[in-house]
Design a protein around this ligand. Structure first.
Ligand SMILES: [Zn+2]
Length: 111
């Protein structure tokens, strides 16, 4: 996973934008993330928003704060969803998808 870095003001940001959200300059750089983070906020989804998610419920949807300070929304994979908690350490993994879509980042609770 990568995030954007502004060479002018040093701001790191995600999701990607065409310019820096702090100083509005273009020409942002991409930097690799460590792949480690913590649960910033989360909810357990029990009712699928569409039929496409029926097989997935219940699942944990979270905002993950990466070590670099940027935040991204993704699912938290855990055998026991009651173990998902704010501040819990996670590792980011990329899971394959169906239908030719690119792999999606998911968080796994770190042991
Ligand atoms: Zn900037």
């Amino acid at each position: 996973m990568e995030f954007q870095h502004c060479p002018r003001c040093g701001h790191d940001q995600f999701p990607p934008r065409i310019s820096c959200t702090r100083c509005h300059v273009g020409g942002l750089e991409w930097r690799p993330a460590s792949g480690r983070g913590t649960v910033f906020s989360f909810t357990i989804v029990h009712r699928a928003p569409t039929d496409a998610f029926k097989a997935d419920v219940p699942y944990a949807l979270a905002i993950i704060e990466l070590e670099e300070g940027v935040r991204a929304m993704m699912n938290v994979r855990a055998a026991d969803l009651s173990a998902v908690a704010i501040g819990a350490p996670v590792d980011i993994v990329f899971e394959p998808t169906e239908g030719g879509f690119p792999p999606l980042p998911q968080a796994r609770l770190r042991d």
